[in-house]
Ligand binder design. Structure first.
Ligand code: PLP
Length: 404
């Protein structure tokens, strides 16, 4: 039996003793949230520009989500995939329709959606040895997904990884055209790299991937775990590029803050798995599916994605003004409300700290990029407030000595 003594200390001290040290958490204890605001245990309010890393698309405490949870709590929480449940089937119908896909496999996270995709490629393209991904990609931390996360410091301690995975330069037309051959089962790519620095694929490059995959019979899958569910101003980012993949991995925002992932597929990829090939105990459960429906009801409402594009344009224009006036800001990149501010020096962590002190939560995407992925329900006034906090934070950063 543990005594009360073991629980003494600050929350951070207790957390450091009780949890595996996998995260370098910020020194903030969040206790409440409403809309785009979060409150910490000292009563301090923050503008949430990170949304649980692109998860809380409708902010905190959105009435549609709260109501869906209330109603779903009276129904079934879980029955397993031994049986049919209506919320799951209807969700598969809605998501496949929104994505231009045919069938769905539900799981609980982005990494699991990617794992499903890797297994699907093995099953749909037996005998092919190669899987292609791209430098600076991020597809998750399980061993399969990690094998395709082509950033050495994530991988180094966990070798050996999946054989046959190769990373090509992101956005390189020639390298992709050369590498995609008849031995490739799968080309896996984020249409807009998130963790890798909020980097959109250059125009025409996804189309080239599609054409090469078609020419050699390889599957093309897009990882929209971060960019999906309206974040970039279209339901999935690839829809703005006009390129249809064979499979799409999505997660994060799907159920507005509850864990849900999905792999959507079409054509031969949609029929490759047979009963027993893959599974997830919790995948597509009735409770979480009901909440995902509430998210879709809002995101797919007429005009919602238009306003995401308008808000994205406003935030981008505001950051572009800072590019013009603050030498520390090199560029803004991304799409819709998935934007990155690239600094001229690797000082993203410092800026994130200063922004937090100034009342805005953000997170880095690499050493020189600060990421803005706010709730899609953020108001224009809140965006302007964010830009004011950002301008002040940049001035503070500029006045500080860069770290040696
Ligand atoms: N794929 C992308 C593009 C992501 O951004 C992430 C998480 O940040 C993942 C996959 C992994 O998702 P999860 O953390 O839900 O496993």
């Amino acid at each position: 039996m543990s005594s009360g003594v073991a629980w003494a200390g600050t929350l951070a001290e207790r957390g450091a003793a009780a949890l595996l040290p996998t995260y370098a958490r910020y020194p903030v204890e969040l206790v409440a949230g409403s809309g785009c605001r979060l409150r910490d245990s000292h009563g301090r309010s923050y503008l949430d520009l990170v949304a649980g890393i692109a998860v809380n698309v409708l902010g905190h405490g959105h009435p549609a989500i709260v109501e869906a949870i209330r109603q779903a709590a009276d129904g079934l929480l879980h029955v397993s995939n031994l049986y049919w449940t209506e919320p799951m089937v209807r969700l598969a119908e809605r998501l496949t329709r929104a994505a231009g896909m045919e069938r769905a496999f539900f799981c609980n996270s982005g990494a699991e959606a990617v794992e499903s995709c890797l297994k699907l490629a093995r099953k749909a393209r037996p005998g092919r040895r190669r899987i292609l991904c791209f430098e600076r990609s991020f597809h998750g931390r399980t061993l399969g997904a990690l094998s395709t996360t082509a950033q050495p410091w994530y991988q180094e301690s966990f070798l050996p990884l999946l054989p046959g995975v190769e990373a090509l330069p992101f956005g390189d037309f020639e390298a992709a055209a050369r590498a995609i051959d008849e031995d490739v089962a799968l080309v896996l790519v984020e249409p807009i790299q998130g963790e890798g620095g909020m980097r959109p694929a250059p125009p025409g490059w996804l189309r080239l991937l599609r054409e090469r995959c078609d020419a050699v019979g390889a599957l093309l899958a897009f990882d929209e775990v971060q960019s999906g569910v309206g974040r970039t101003g279209s339901f999935f980012a690839y829809q703005a590029d006009g390129v249809l993949p064979d499979a799409v991995a999505s997660a994060k925002a799907l159920a507005g803050g509850l864990p849900m992932g999905v792999l959507l597929a079409r054509g031969a990829a949609a029929t490759a798995f047979q009963p027993g090939d893959h599974a997830s105990t919790f995948g597509g459960g009735p409770f979480v599916a009901a909440v995902a429906h509430a998210v879709l009801d809002v995101i797919l409402r007429d005009g919602f994605l238009d306003q995401v594009r308008r808000k994205g344009a406003r935030l981008r224009a505001g950051i572009e003004r800072l590019v013009a006036t603050r030498p520390l800001v090199a560029e803004v990149r991304g799409r819709g409300l998935m934007l990155g501010l690239r600094l001229a020096a690797p000082r993203a962590s410092e800026l994130v700290d200063i922004l937090r002190d100034g009342g805005a939560l953000t997170c880095p995407a690499g050493a020189d990029v600060v990421r803005f992925v706010p709730p899609l329900t953020i108001t224009l006034e809140e965006l302007d407030e964010a830009l004011e906090i950002l301008a002040r934070a940049l001035d503070t950063l500029a006045a500080r000595e860069p770290p040696a």
